[in-house]
Design a protein around this ligand. Structure first.
Ligand code: ZN
Ligand code: ZN
Ligand code: FE
Length: 760
């Protein structure tokens, strides 16, 4: 007889709500072990007893053969006294230890559940709330830890005997699937259209008919409402644009299947994998010709696949009724307000937009927008981190006290750290919108509760007037202000585990500078616990301040006037002819008097100016519209690159855009196409930025360069700069797990505080 041992095994990571205990149970049966497994507040605890070799093999198999949606961060085992247990069981959750357990993120409909959903003989045929341990709602329905049904918004639904049997059977796919439900016992849908109400399957049928007829509907989804309409119906999309007051801003679409998506877009293997992943983000894909309504002027289209059984059932019905195209599925909100999450919310805010509403009665506890991903420089990256990713942690390179970082005001997310992990909130949005400030506080309360985090320090942006700064100041305890671009660069360092010295290159639209100017093209040196500015784009005036992000001819006028000199009007030719003369004259006077003309090194505004100069547009209706359209003209075959000046001014490397501006104006006046100007700008800027980075890295003895800031979401720029700096033998890193934009800023703020950085 082999000697019997008993081991207690603690597993931490994403191990609850992902079928981990049934997995352990099945393994124990396979190795013929006795003992038990349970969820507790710190993860999963196992005791396993049997012959030594079998127990050892079992311990190896627990992480190695884990379920697809699980993540094992640590597994420790220790010997305990054998108890003579011959059978293995799954025991009740318990324990009051400090919560280290991680709530899983929401998981897209799995293949097994999809098959049942579409099988007419199945008891869950077209049932919009089917799920199992491999898929379904998680974060959006969780109220408290540990993740157990009574602590979710499914608490009010009592399982029928059939569901109860699945839930209790360790070998069933629905064993302890907390949101387990069926048409008999679970949530249901209700349609309200034109004063009439329908419930259940009839509601879904009618929803499909209304959508086919070109109506706009508010559909309650996983983390909030979508506004939906046929993506191929120009009139419906136009109406939606008018109602949302978004004349051009791209809308995401949902295609019925990957095959349908391929008809509209070119999809790489990595993009296809992202579309089909449990996170199921919106993926920015290269659009084939035509089908321009959802994203006018852009070469990319944000597309996702049905990720809930409700979506899958709806598309099945649409298909049966002869509609096989995609639907626009945009966030159910007004402009930049938070996404609506319940009936009263929709009635108050969306009744003027939606002709009908499809509600359900499984409450959304944590509202969570769709995530947005894109592939660039060979990696999948996130432009918006929300559903499917939150609340998964970003691993930090070191452990520290809990801190709260409040992010910035645009694309806001905040970050709570606990030990060596950083938890970013879902995308909250523009904090100048008061409803988003409420959303921030609501989410902070929820996430703090789930993580049981008590931050010792609150970090905020250096900008004194940011709403995020005001929120931070309203919270109790110690505060720390962190410069915007230092935080951008550190967001890369944090997610890549860079703890040594490095050069940060942060290009974005706007951030409060340490000198009170608006920074936005920054070369920053980090090392020895300090950071310093080593270079930047030469300051230019931003007449009227923030309005220049929409009236992009303003920064263009400032740059052109500066670059062409006193004779600029004549030399600019017809460049400003579309701008009313009185307006242009006012801006010129403002520039001459230095009135309301903050100085900026903003790369975003430089791109805006070039999109104006190239002839792409004169004004934008959403942030970065010009630059996105400019990038959409690529790849364009065009020789040449615009030159940037480069010199040292009181110890700082300064890139001067004047030569590039002069060359672009000349090209425009010579009748060259915007695509040529775009290609020459991208080539010239990437060369200038890379050379500056390489020179500064040599000067300061640095081997690593971290690229961040929203401008590096420009695929072409990121790829060119990464390649050029890499060629010089330096290591080049950029954001992957968190957005390069302000959506990832909070991670860098938190890491700044944990590392104790100070300005040099
Ligand atoms: Zn499933
Ligand atoms: Zn049931
Ligand atoms: Fe920024």
């Amino acid at each position: 007889m082999a000697p019997v041992v008993r081991k207690q095994i603690l597993v931490k990571g994403v191990v609850q709500g992902v079928g981990f205990r049934p997995h352990v149970y099945k393994l124990a049966a396979e190795y013929k072990l006795g003992g038990w497994v349970k969820n507790d507040a710190s993860g999963v605890t196992i005791e396993a007893e049997g012959p030594r070799a079998a127990v050892e093999a079992f311990i190896k198999a627990v992480p190695a053969r884990r379920p697809a949606a699980a993540r094992v961060d640590s597994l420790v085992s220790r010997a305990v006294a054998p108890a003579g247990e011959k059978t293995f069981s799954i025991t009740k959750s318990g324990g009051r230890a400090p919560a280290a357990a991680i709530i899983p993120a929401d998981l897209a409909l799995c293949a097994d559940c999809r098959r049942e959903l579409l099988a007419p003989a199945d008891r869950r045929y077209l049932y919009p709330f089917t799920n199992c341990t491999n898929c379904g709602p998680r974060f959006t329905i969780v109220e408290r830890v540990p993740y157990d049904r009574p602590y979710t918004t499914m608490a009010g639904f009592k399982m029928c005997p059939a569901c109860r049997a699945e839930y209790a059977d360790p070998l069933d796919r629905r064993f302890h699937a907390q949101p387990n439900a069926c048409p008999v016992c679970g949530p249901s849908v209700r349609l309200e259209a034109g004063g009439k109400a329908l419930a259940g399957p009839a509601a879904l049928e009618r929803t499909a008919e209304l959508l086919i007829a070109g109506r706009i509907g508010a559909l309650q989804s996983l983390g909030g409402f979508h506004l939906a309409c046929r993506a191929d119906d120009a009139a419906a999309v136009k109406k939606l644009r008018a109602a949302k007051r978004r004349p051009h801003k791209p809308f995401a679409v949902m295609a019925p299947s990957l095959a349908a998506a391929r008809k509209l877009c070119v999809i790489s293997p990595a993009e296809a994998a992202a579309l089909a992943a449990p996170e199921a983000p919106v993926v920015m894909l290269r659009r084939r010709a035509g089908f321009t309504e959802p994203a006018p002027g852009l070469s990319r289209l944000g597309m996702m696949l049905p990720y809930t059984p409700l979506h899958a059932a709806l598309f099945a019905l649409l298909g049966r009724k002869g509609f096989a195209g995609p639907l626009v599925m945009t966030s159910g909100n007004f402009r930049d307000e938070p996404i609506c999450k319940d009936g009263p919310d929709v009635k108050a805010r969306l009744s003027g937009v939606a002709a009908f509403s499809l509600f359900h009665d499984r409450p959304i506890h944590n509202r969570c927008d769709d995530s947005v991903a894109y592939e660039a420089a060979g990696e999948l990256r996130l432009a918006r981190r929300a559903r499917g990713y939150v609340p998964a942690a970003v691993k930090l390179p070191a452990v520290g006290p809990s801190v709260l970082a409040c992010g910035a005001d645009l694309k806001n997310t905040f970050c709570l750290t606990r030990g060596g992990e950083a938890f970013l909130s879902q995308h909250i949005g523009d904090l100048s919108e008061p409803l988003n400030q409420e959303f921030f506080r609501e989410t902070l309360g929820n996430l703090r509760g789930l993580l049981k985090a008590r931050p010792a320090l609150t970090v905020h942006d250096l900008h004194p007037d940011y709403a995020s700064t005001a929120i931070a100041r309203s919270l109790p305890g110690r505060k720390l202000a962190v410069q915007h671009h230092a935080a951008h660069a550190l967001s890369v360092a944090a997610e890549h585990g860079v703890t040594g010295p490095f050069l940060g290159v942060a290009f974005d639209g706007t951030g409060y500078g340490a000198d009170g100017c608006i920074w936005g093209s920054e070369f920053l040196v980090f090392g020895g616990g300090t950071w310093r500015r080593a270079g930047h784009l030469k300051y230019f005036a931003l007449p009227g301040g923030d309005i220049g992000a929409l009236e992009i001819w303003r920064p263009a006028l400032a740059l052109v006037k500066d670059a062409l000199g006193p004779d600029w009007r004549r030399r600019a030719g017809k460049l400003f002819s579309a701008i009313p003369a009185a307006k242009a004259a006012t801006v010129e006077r403002m520039l001459e008097a230095g009135l309301n003309c903050p100085q900026t090194s903003s790369m975003g505004r430089l791109f805006d100016a070039f999109s104006f100069i190239s002839g792409v547009r004169t004004e934008a209706t959403y942030e970065a519209q010009g630059p996105l359209e400019l990038e959409s003209l690529l790849p364009t075959r065009a020789a040449g690159a615009y030159k940037f000046g480069s010199r040292k001014v009181s110890g700082l490397l300064e890139l001067d855009p004047a030569p590039a501006v002069r060359a672009a104006v000349a090209d425009r006046n010579a009748g060259l196409k915007p695509g040529v100007i775009s290609a020459r700008l991208h080539a010239g800027l990437s060369a200038a930025a890379s050379a500056a980075a390489v020179n500064l890295a040599r000067e300061y003895g640095l081997k690593t360069v971290c690229l961040s800031g929203g401008v590096f979401q420009n695929r072409t720029l990121l790829e060119l700069v990464t390649r050029k700096i890499g060629k010089a033998g330096l290591k080049v890193l950029s954001n992957r797990q968190v957005p390069a934009s302000d959506g990832g800023l909070a991670l860098g703020q938190a890491w700044y505080a944990l590392k104790g950085y100070k300005p040099a």
